[in-house]
Design a protein around this ligand. Structure first.
Ligand code: OGA
Ligand code: MN
Length: 215
């Protein structure tokens, strides 16, 4: 038996964490799972993000596009290349989650992509949606938090009417999952360093006549 505490709820489930995650997701379209990664996998991924990953300013581009981007987000990221055991273990876990979601929620998820992200003091990501209806194949957003943050860097999650649902403080090993088109969200300015893995389950979509375009 595993007890999950979510907000003011405390729920005991007999089955696996996936069962809790899927039930909550099915009901609400989003779920925060306090313990998703094992301590050892979390530690390996955090080590990689802190010391090995080659993190670069997100969405870096030339001139105005880049400057504009810097008004919107200031995190540094590196996409997974699946070359380390920790990345492979994480991708394997997400493949299992993908299978469970497809079996139980009939989502037709096709693949998963993710990157490490680091926010340092003052870094933020203004309110945004990860996907726009009909213009993307991103279906579900995942965020794995790799360290526990004492100050700053909370994730504010909003509903379709822009009402604040919850302000989430990153804690090591936790996972946030939500429908990419449905929930605007923002990362409030970081004070402590904040390491995470942001990922997206995608469907194989035909968009504007282009089969499965890259995002
Ligand atoms: C993102 C994002 C949220 C977080 O990378 O698109 O919204 O809590 N991340 O890191
Ligand atoms: Mn986002």
């Amino acid at each position: 038996m595993t007890t999950f505490v979510v907000g003011t709820d405390s729920v005991t489930y007999k089955a696996t964490p996936f069962a809790f995650l899927i039930q909550r997701f099915y009901q609400d379209g989003w779920v925060l799972l306090p313990q998703f990664l094992t301590d050892s996998l979390n530690a390996a991924l955090l080590h990689e993000a802190q010391y090995e990953a080659d993190l670069t300013l997100a969405g870096i581009g030339r001139n105005t596009a880049h400057q504009l981007n810097q008004q919107i987000r200031r995190d540094a990221t590196q996409w997974f290349d699946a070359t380390t055991p920790a990345q492979q273990a994480y991708l394997q876990l997400m493949a299992e989650l993908q299978l469970a979601l497809n079996r139980q929620c009939f989502l037709g998820l096709f693949d998963f992509e993710c990157h490490f992200a680091r926010y340092q003091q003052g870094d933020f990501y203004k309110k945004h949606l990860d996907a726009f209806k009909g213009r993307t194949n991103r279906v579900l957003t995942t965020v794995s938090y790799l360290n526990t943050v004492e100050k700053g860097g909370q994730l504010a999650l909003y509903d379709e009417t822009d009402k604040l649902i919850q302000t989430i403080t990153p804690t090591a090993g936790s996972l946030l999952l939500f429908e990419s088109e449905r929930f605007p969200h923002e990362v409030l300015p970081a004070q402590d360093p904040r390491f995470s893995i942001a990922g997206w389950f995608r469907k194989n979509a035909n968009i504007n006549g282009v089969l499965d375009p890259a995002n």
